[in-house]
Design a protein around this ligand. Structure first.
Ligand code: G3P
Ligand code: CA
Length: 252
């Protein structure tokens, strides 16, 4: 598959808010995303999955237990049930009004905040295409006006992205960078690789960049680690504390 004509990576910045600003507000909620934007992040990464009735929603875990007042598997609940849950009190009572966001609500919010988005697709196994269709439907409902980057650990989801949303920039998520990184990026039809910072290796990073791919690294909350990664050529880092990183990385 040819790469998208427009590359979201042309607009990438060193700091990407991880699940918004999840060190200081409940992850993946409106409060967290607004906080990241107010702290100076121009990009945020959030996780996208689908409800039982096929609506794209923003949530990290497979189940509802850790981050909401609900319990059980998210994908078995309809949107109307998900919307009743409190998605903020687990973090602090101050956030008790937070609800699980739909992707259309997120696009509206990001348009208002002038925010660029990395949607990490966390598909339901066996329903990868449906998850990507839900993203595509949300984009039709609320035209999103900023650079958009899709990423996933799931090869099935990335292939569905390449066939249903070929014009949108894509990245494969991995923990350690695999030895056969070039093959893995190409088979997934991606332009970038997002890897776990603990597995950083300067010479491999330089090779991947020299081959023309883009690299982002998660999750980096220590400014010295971020500086080192950027000096190796990594394009940006996902952080739970955007304010701290925006301050520390101003020279990048
Ligand atoms: O997309 C980068 C990073 O968010 C992947 O790990 O578990 O935080 O979704 P996780
Ligand atoms: Ca994620």
């Amino acid at each position: 598959l040819p790469p998208p004509v427009f590359s979201a990576y042309d607009y990438i910045t060193p700091v990407i808010g991880h699940r918004g600003a999840c060190g200081e507000a409940p992850e993946n909620t409106q409060a967290s995303i607004e906080l990241a934007a107010h702290q100076g992040a121009q990009w945020v990464e959030v996780d996208v999955t689908i409800s039982a009735d096929g609506i794209a929603v923003i949530h990290h875990d497979h189940d509802l237990d850790r981050c909401t007042s609900g319990s059980g598997i998210l994908n078995l609940h309809r949107l109307s049930e998900l919307k009743k849950l409190d998605a903020g009190s687990w973090f602090s009572e101050a956030f008790s009004q937070q609800r699980i966001l739909t992707l259309t609500e997120l696009f509206t919010l990001a348009n208002q905040l002038d925010l660029n988005l990395n949607l990490e697709v966390k598909p339901v196994i066996g329903r990868e295409s449906e998850t990507v269709w839900a993203i595509s439907r949300a984009l039709q409902e609320v035209p999103y006006e900023h650079p958009l980057l899709l990423s996933s650990f799931s090869l099935h989801a990335l292939r569905a992205c390449a066939s249903h949303l070929p014009h949108i920039t894509r990245a494969i998520n991995v923990e350690a960078i695999p030895r056969n990184w070039s093959e893995r990026i190409e088979e997934a039809g991606c332009q970038g690789l997002h890897f776990q910072a603990e597995f950083a290796n300067e010479s491999v990073i330089r090779e991947i960049k020299a081959a023309g791919y883009h690299l982002l690294s998660y999750t980096v909350n220590n400014p010295d680690t971020a500086e080192a990664l950027l000096s190796y050529g990594v394009d940006g880092i996902f952080t739970d504390y955007p304010a701290r990183m925006v301050r520390a990385l101003s020279r990048w």
